[in-house]
Design a binder for this molecule. Structure first.
Ligand code: CA
Length: 235
């Protein structure tokens, strides 16, 4: 029998937490609910969940503090589920170590897809996964060949520059997750690189001209306005 993944729902609104718990239970997840920050912290330390859904607005503390608390010692995937829809909140949460960000209200299929993506990433991520990447990424006709350092669309090499290739392969590695501009810049050009989104935008425009049929309506790499980019899920 398959061992169920254990998901901790941190949410003070009972109607929302019970709705999420019902959806997750129906999809073969084990669930636990914490209604306050202090309850959440004791559950996290005693139960080691496989994934955490985190509301930012809690009665006794800000969800951001829980995020920082967990990230000090654990890589457990955390998806922020929040009514706050400002770009700044999303960037802050992602840069503080959240794996993803969902804005309320959300659809259940979207929630389930994000959960699958986040859990898959912890399973496939080696400790030194940031250095080596091999094999291929495939999504709807797009192929990233990590061994040959090539990107192909429908089997045709699209001839990316070094920077363009690095950007596409980074997004492919974290497919399904939104990566913030700062995260991308640090990964591509080191921790001291200047946060200059303009260079990223220029690279992305060039990439889209090469890989997308209609660069204005991309189907491979999506822009989260003011936040960053997200690669489509693999096939
Ligand atoms: Ca709340």
């Amino acid at each position: 029998m398959k061992i169920k993944d254990k998901i901790l729902i941190i949410e003070d609104e009972a109607s929302i937490s019970s709705f999420i718990a019902t959806v997750l239970a129906a999809n073969s997840y084990d669930t636990m609910v914490a209604h306050t920050g202090s309850e959440a912290i004791s559950m996290i330390t005693s139960h080691c969940p496989d994934l955490i859904l985190l509301d930012l607005g809690l009665p006794d503390m800000d969800g951001g503090s829980i995020l920082k608390f967990v990230r000090e010692w654990s890589t457990c995937p955390i998806i922020v589920v929040s009514a706050r829809n400002h770009e700044r909140d999303k960037v802050e949460a992602l840069d503080a170590g959240a794996d993803d960000y969902i804005v309320k209200p959300f659809g259940t299929s979207e929630l389930l897809a994000r959960i699958r993506t986040a859990i898959r990433h912890t399973r496939t991520h080696l400790p030194n996964g940031d250095i080596a990447q091999s094999g291929q990424f495939k999504a709807m006709g797009l192929t990233i060949d990590y061994d040959k350092h090539q990107v192909l669309v429908d089997g045709q090499n699209v001839h990316l520059t070094q920077n363009e290739y690095k950007l596409v392969s980074l997004l492919g590695k974290y497919a399904g997750r939104v990566l913030t501009y700062d995260f991308i810049i640090r990964q591509l050009w080191g921790p001291k690189a200047k946060s200059d989104n303009q260079i990223l935008r220029v690279n992305m425009a060039n990439i889209r001209r090469k890989i997308e049929k209609n660069p204005a309506e991309p189907k491979y790499i999506f822009t989260e306005i003011g936040v960053g980019y997200r690669m489509v899920d693999p096939d």
